[in-house]
Structures are given as structure tokens and as C-alpha cells.
Design a protein around this ligand. Structure first.
Ligand SMILES: *[C@@H]1O[C@H](CO)[C@@H](O)[C@H](O)[C@H]1NC(C)=O
Ligand SMILES: *[C@@H]1O[C@H](CO)[C@@H](O)[C@H](O)[C@H]1NC(C)=O
Ligand SMILES: *[C@@H]1O[C@H](CO)[C@@H](O)[C@H](O)[C@H]1NC(C)=O
Ligand SMILES: *[C@@H]1O[C@H](CO)[C@@H](O)[C@H](O)[C@H]1NC(C)=O
Ligand SMILES: *[C@@H]1O[C@H](CO)[C@@H](O)[C@H](O)[C@H]1NC(C)=O
Length: 498
């Protein structure tokens, strides 16, 4: 990075840390029953990739390819070794005083073949132990059923693009509810449908050769939504009476800020929000895709000569199936973009982005982080929550991920603290001034971990992990200490009013 931009960041930080203790940050306490937590995901922390009967998943598969598509040829073979060190993880959570821990279940650890013909008892035992350890320390488990690590056997059959996936997911979810549902009261079916489908099958992040732009992301989403809904209904019918838990889904995306106040740019913002968030919540609340998606994809599909739209249609029965299938909404948010309308004249371009008719970008001058996609834009947090709260009134929401990356994992991580303060201030504003019904917040992440294609080069942890030591030694960063103060005081500045 050029020294001039490093200097610019320094100016911003010192400006904001003054604000931290001044009047610009919201100094109202978060409500008494507001929950603070920290998150990880199975493939990013567990390691033990082939131990105790675990099957291969798509990330084991892709990270072992030669040449590898992952930065520095990194793999999650050992990662943070949390499979063996889960008690240390819980001790860290306890030290920070969090109310809950959001983690995910490795499908192929529980069902090695991907199917429910064989349940791996050692895998089940591992999660039972983790949940027991959390309970013993008064930390609530918030469990994601699917966080990116599809069994390779299912990926080989087309993964989420094949509608056989729907019932396989329901089978897996049933095993999870049966084995862990006594102790787990917060379930998240899917983490980031947009990323699973657009990055996984549309853009082809991991394998451009296997990508099907403009088709794969819609097929995947159509199956994912039906899988989510069927799992929710199955929980309702088979488990809810006894277990009394809540089942939600975690959606993700940027806030899309109109680049000017022209009505065209305001429309661009609305369109991209619908294509990103509405894509998933609109069907779950109203039973169908947002109107603008239907219109745009149908229109371009017809011009391209498809006799049927590339965006599949729900049958009447499916509308009934899907509508109303969430108890809460999880939101992962990190950053924002500017947008403007830019309809593609090139009708031969079959892609999701061309379907949106919107261009988005992040200005150079926005404060950067250790990830090229993550520009710091705290105001966007309030705007996004306000948009969701207005469009989907009455749904309880929880932030299931928010956080800041650097590249060196330094312990004196003042920039991370500043990020958390400014984002949380805007989140508090959304609750206070915009009537947003939020019941919790989750820091990503408990510790530095395997950041997907970026390997270990981008670090989001409140705890540093020494990946050069076989012990994977964990050390609290300054932000971990700051976060423990927050969990105890519910206050982001030095002194809060009630
Ligand atoms: C990654 O592996 C390839 C062999 O596939 C090797 O040529 C390259 O040097 C490795 N890169 C690093 C950073 O180790
Ligand atoms: C990418 O997909 C193509 C086509 O399905 C396949 O032949 C190839 O092996 C895949 N590459 C990787 C790295 O998985
Ligand atoms: C849009 O209008 C608002 C309120 O009038 C103003 O605060 C904001 O700076 C304007 N944005 C742009 C990009 O011009
Ligand atoms: C299709 O359009 C999108 C955005 O409109 C653009 O990013 C992409 O490069 C285009 N693809 C081709 C093959 O022209
Ligand atoms: C790893 O932990 C063991 C047991 O606590 C200790 O004896 C050893 O010195 C540690 N090794 C490193 C490299 O930190």
C-alpha cells in the first residue's frame, strides 16, 4: 500500500478515536436483553479434516488440488485445530463474556457420505462435547447448519444446482435437530445464500470452468429456498413442540448507496438491494421473488431466445410452502458500494450482473482494510438495517457477522476497535431512531482463521492464532479486551447513558 494512503488512514483513525469519546458516537447502552456473541464456521477453524471418520467436503477437495486456487496454497487441514482445542475456544468466549457462540456443523463430519445412511458417532460426539462445554459456561449455542462446506459427494452430483439437494439438506437438518436440538434453541439453516449461489455457481469463484453465469445462481437459489422452507416445516412438524427452538436464515450483502441523488441512482440502489437481499427474504416473507427480479430476468431471457425465464418459477404449492418460513433473520454485513443504473446493451451477455442493470463500485478514497472487498463505511450499516426494517416489518433481526480484517494479525489492533465502535454506533442509531427490531450482534470472528480463497492472509480475529506453532497458540488482541468491556457494559464508549 502506498504510504500516502497509509497516512490518510492514520488521519481518519485519529479523527474517529477523538469521536469515540466525543459526541459523535451513540452513547446509549444497548438494551439489557440484547445479546453479544462471536462467530466461526466449521471449515475455517476445525481442522482434523480426515480424522475420526469425517468424509471429504468441497473445501477439502478444492484446497488439495494442484495447482491450488487458494492464496499461498493454504488449506484448512489443521486450521485453528478447534476440533481438538474447542475447550480453549470456549475459555476465550468465556473470557470475553459473550452471551452466545455462533458456530457451524460440518456436514461430512456428521454424515461422511453426504447422505443419511451412516451417522458418524464420533462427529456427533464432538459437537455434543462443544455444546456441553458452552452450556457449562453459560454460553448459548447459535448453530449454522450449512456454512459453505458441502460434502464432495453431493458437489459431484451438481451440488445446489441439482434439486436432489433439497431433500438431502432436509435429511441432514433432521439428524442435527435429533442429535442436538435438546440443547440448541437458535438454528440458522444457511449462511449467505447469495455467496453460496453467486460465488459458488454463478461467478465460479473456485472454478470458472464449472461456472454457469446467469443460470447456476438462480437454480442454486431456487433449490436453497425450497430446502430452507422444507427444513423449517419439518422442524415445525417433528421437533418444535418438544424443542421450542427458533429457526432462521442468514443473508448477506453490501449496502448500496445511490452515487447521486438522481432518481435513476436511487432506483439503482433499490434494484440491487432487491437482487441481493430481496432475492432471499422476499420469497420467505411473500412467497415469491421481488418484482424487479422477475421483470428483469424474464425480459432479458426472452430477448436472449430462452422459451422459459432463467429465473425459475415457484408453483402455487411452493409459494405456500415457502411463505412465512422464518423465525428471525440473520444479517452478515461488512461494507458498502456506490451504484448507478447501467443497462447492458449487449443482450448476448448472460449474467446476473447484466440482469440487474446496475453497476456498483467502491471509491478509492474509502478507508481500506486487509481485504480488497471490505471498505469501511459505517453509515451503510444504519442504512441497510433501516431498509430491511422498513421492507420486512415485524421480523426480528440479528447481526450474525460484522468485522474487520488486517493482514498481519497484530495485537494492537486499534483499527479493528474503531471499526466495531463506528459500526455499532450506527447499529444503535438504527434501533433508536429508525425502529429497527434487533436482538443481537455477532463479531466475526472469535479468532484468525482460514479465510476461504484468501487462506490465512486475511485476519478477522479478536484472538490472534499462531499458525506457525503446532499448538495454534491463541492470544487476545486489544479488540478482545475492548469487546469484553462491551459485553459487560453494553456500551461502546467510555460512559453511557441508560
Ligand atoms: C503452490 O504450489 C505450486 C505447485 O502447485 C508451487 O509451484 C508454488 O510455488 C506454491 N506456492 C506457494 C506460495 O507455496
Ligand atoms: C473445474 O471444473 C471442470 C469442469 O467441471 C473440471 O474438469 C475441473 O477438474 C475442475 N477444476 C477444479 C480445480 O476443481
Ligand atoms: C443527497 O441528498 C442528501 C439530503 O439532501 C444529502 O445529505 C446528500 O449529501 C446527497 N447525496 C449526494 C451524493 O449528493
Ligand atoms: C457481462 O456484463 C457484466 C456486467 O454488465 C460484465 O461485468 C461482464 O464482464 C460481461 N461479460 C461479458 C462476457 O461480456
Ligand atoms: C505446545 O504446548 C505444549 C504443552 O502446553 C508445550 O509444552 C510446548 O512447549 C508448546 N509448543 C510450542 C511450540 O509452543
Amino acid at each position: 500500500m502506498a504510504s500516502s494512503s497509509a497516512f490518510f488512514i492514520f488521519i481518519l483513525i485519529s479523527y474517529y478515536s477523538k469521536k469515540s469519546y466525543g459526541e459523535e458516537l451513540n452513547n446509549k447502552k444497548f438494551p439489557k436483553d440484547f445479546m453479544f456473541g462471536a462467530a466461526t464456521a466449521s471449515y475455517q477453524v476445525e481442522g482434523a479434516w480426515n480424522e475420526d471418520g469425517k468424509g471429504e467436503n468441497m473445501w477439502d477437495h478444492i484446497t488439495h488440488k494442484v495447482p491450488s486456487p487458494i492464496v499461498n496454497n493454504d488449506t484448512g487441514d489443521v486450521a485453528c485445530d478447534s476440533y481438538h482445542k474447542y475447550k480453549e475456544d470456549v475459555a476465550m468466549l468465556k473470557e470475553m463474556g459473550v452471551d452466545f457462540y455462533r458456530f457451524s456443523l460440518s456436514w461430512s463430519r456428521i454424515l461422511p457420505s453426504g447422505f443419511d445412511n451412516e451417522v458418524n458417532q464420533l462427529g456427533v460426539e464432538h459437537y455434543r462435547n462443544l455444546i456441553k462445554e458452552l452450556r457449562a459456561n453459560n454460553i448459548t449455542p447459535v448453530v449454522t447448519i450449512y456454512h459453505f462446506d458441502l460434502p464432495q459427494t453431493l458437489q459431484d452430483l451438481g451440488g445446489l444446482q441439482n434439486d436432489f439437494f433439497i431433500d438431502r439438506f432436509v435429511d441432514f437438518a433432521r439428524v442435527c435437530f435429533r442429535e442436538f436440538g435438546e440443547d440448541v434453541k437458535y438454528w440458522i439453516t444457511f449462511n449467505e445464500p447469495w455467496s453460496i449461489c453467486n460465488i459458488g455457481y454463478g461467478f465460479g469463484w473456485l472454478n470458472a470452468t464449472a461456472a454457469s453465469p446467469g443460470i447456476g445462481e438462480y437454480l442454486c437459489s431456487h433449490n436453497l429456498l425450497r430446502a430452507h422452507a422444507k427444513a423449517w416445516r419439518m422442524y415445525d412438524e417433528e421437533f418444535r413442540n418438544d424443542q421450542n427452538g427458533l429457526l432462521g436464515i442468514t443473508i448477506s450483502g453490501n449496502w448500496f448507496e445511490p452515487s447521486t441523488n438522481s432518481s435513476a441512482d436511487i432506483e439503482a440502489s433499490e434494484t440491487l438491494l432487491q437482487f441481493t437481499f430481496g432475492f432471499y427474504i422476499h420469497p420467505i416473507v411473500h412467497g415469491d421473488y421481488p418484482e424487479v427480479m422477475r421483470k428483469n430476468v424474464d425480459h432479458r431471457s426472452a430477448l436472449q431466445g430462452f422459451s422459459q425465464s432463467r429465473l425459475p418459477k415457484f408453483t402455487q404449492d411452493e409459494v405456500q410452502l415457502i411463505q412465512g418460513t422464518t423465525d428471525f433473520l440473520g444479517i452478515n454485513m461488512y461494507t458498502s458500494s456506490l451504484v448507478t443504473l447501467e443497462e447492458s446493451d449487449d443482450i448476448s451477455n448472460i449474467s446476473y450482473t447484466a440482469d440487474t442493470g446496475v453497476t456498483s463500485w467502491q471509491p478509492e478514497e474509502w478507508e481500506s482494510s486487509g481485504s480488497s472487498w471490505l471498505k469501511v463505511y459505517p453509515k451503510g450499516a444504519r442504512q441497510l438495517l433501516k431498509w430491511l426494517g422498513t421492507n420486512y416489518k415485524g421480523i426480528k433481526m440479528i447481526i450474525t457477522e460484522n468485522g474487520y480484517s488486517d493482514n498481519d494479525g497484530e495485537l494492537e489492533d486499534d483499527k479493528r476497535i474503531s471499526y466495531y465502535q463506528r459500526y455499532l454506533s450506527n447499529i444503535r442509531d438504527a434501533m433508536e431512531f429508525d425502529g429497527v427490531d434487533l436482538f443481537g450482534y455477532t463479531a466475526w470472528s472469535l479468532m484468525d482463521n482460514f479465510e476461504w480463497i484468501n487462506g490465512y492472509s486475511q485476519k478477522f480475529g479478536l484472538y490472534q492464532v499462531d499458525f506457525n506453532s503446532p499448538n495454534r497458540t491463541r492470544t487476545p488482541k486489544k479488540s478482545a479486551k475492548w469487546y469484553s468491556k462491551l459485553t459487560r457494559t453494553k456500551c461502546i464508549v467510555d460512559d453511557c447513558t441508560e
